[in-house]
Ligand binder design. Sequence first.
Ligand code: HEC
Ligand code: HEC
Ligand code: HEC
Length: 434
Amino acid sequence: MIRRIALWSALITLPLLLLGAAAGGVLLLRQGGLAPYRVPSGGAITTAGDAAEGAYLARIGNCLTCHTVRGGTAFAGGRPFRTDYGTLYSTNLTPDPKTGLGDWSAEAFRHAMRHGVSRHGVLYPAFPYANFAHLTDADLDALFAYLRTLPPVEARPPPNDLRWPASWRGALVGWRMLHYRPAPLPPAPADAPPEWLRGRYLVDGLGHCAMCHGTRGAQGSLPAEGYLAGGRIPGQGWYAPPLDARQLARYDVDQLADYLVTGNGEHGAAYGSMAEVVYTSLRHLRADDARAMATYLKSVPAHGGEARPDTGRFLYAAAQPVANPHNGGRLYQDHCASCHGDGGEGRGRDYPPLRGAVSVTAPDPVNAVRLVLYGGMPPTTDGNPRPHSMPPFAGRLSNAEIAAIVTHIRRNWGEQDRPVSAADVAAYYGIRGD
Ligand code: HEC
Ligand code: HEC
Ligand code: HEC
């Protein structure tokens, strides 16, 4: 009897084991096989890269912002990244041999940038290697050559504070098997002009715009179907809109290129994390690169109809809309119209329009609420050296009054009918951001 049971269980478990191994093998192949885990050792430290070009590329890739802690030494790492699984810290990119990239070879650098694996193990996807994988050898060598010109700084980031299993780098192999699908950029249309190709290369590669503008899937992943489709940015609490032809229809290519470089324009002013991106990175764009990015972004097809990812469900704090006793229209006239105009049309480049604005049309009301609570100022750039600001209304208006105003502007100028409640405002009050 016992022998029979053993035989039967073997007959059942063996195929299951084989199936499991086969599925694991397929998933391993899909995330690039074993090649990513073979980190090159040895090799030349010097590169023939163009360090001056590398300095420009480092700005557009925003290496400095992510690899510098507020008030700390440039590129020495230690900036915290808050995730659902705890906090991790960026690394030291200066050529210090002990704590930085001092004894890295150009090949090891290329490998880390392309595959997200270094001598420290598998890297967390807070590092945009999925985007940097698209960079050419010449651009990677230029970046490396530039990083080698920095003064070496001995600095070790604080130890990561992540929950198990995220704290174990080995678990990232499993994450990659489930969620990471490295692939070259899809073939371009045969008649794609060089400007469009350059724009795509910058948006999808160095610019890593999808890190904020992509719709996140399970476990912080960025699935292909959420490509530049917009969503709430993890750890920052801002909503980033889709970047596609429909969202950007109000700009022409020159206006969009101008917005990227100045953070300002007749159709919108950058705020929140986008203000930081413009200030630290995009204001340095060469004019032809800004135009290239704008050309590409305006060609991205909108995620329409059924294919639109469901971002709506977690965006409001209150489960049910609540009746609001305040007259949002009247409050708007009293507190907002002097800058944004009676009809939400704005005032030229000084005060952005609310009609069609990102925060007013977005499915997620968080940006509008946070701006009214805390105010804002677009980044200071050459094209907008003395930006006008918006005052904070927290303390001056009650949560219910703010809710009524935001409901009013979203309903009238954004076609967003769902009312924002005082509970939403309370939830976004003091939202943790960076
Ligand atoms: C959005 C934030 C972000 C940006 C932008 C970014 N990095 Fe990082 N990078 C990180 C984080 C976080 C880590 C640490 C990941 C880990 O420990 O697993 C990291 C790790 C690295 C590593 C691996 C270092 C090691 O010791 O293993 C290299 C190399 C690197 N980054 C280079 C760059 C370069 C070059 C740029 C600019 C082109 C850049 N990064 C831009 C967040 C960023
Ligand atoms: C760190 C997060 C972050 C990154 C990275 C980022 N953005 Fe944004 N972006 C935002 C947020 C948040 C908004 C909404 C606030 C605003 O409109 O200023 C925004 C808004 C925008 C808008 C305004 C859209 C409109 O309809 O007016 C454009 C255009 C834009 N981003 C382009 C880009 C491009 C191009 C890149 C890559 C080079 C990029 N962003 C990278 C966070 C980010
Ligand atoms: C003193 C002028 C001023 C007043 C008054 C003012 N704003 Fe603003 N508003 C601005 C400026 C300037 C910006 C751009 C802020 C930035 O880029 O950080 C802005 C941005 C905004 C945005 C973001 C638009 C977008 O592109 O998504 C919203 C929403 C907004 N204001 C709503 C209001 C509301 C509601 C009130 C009244 C409670 C108000 N503002 C009062 C000047 C003002």
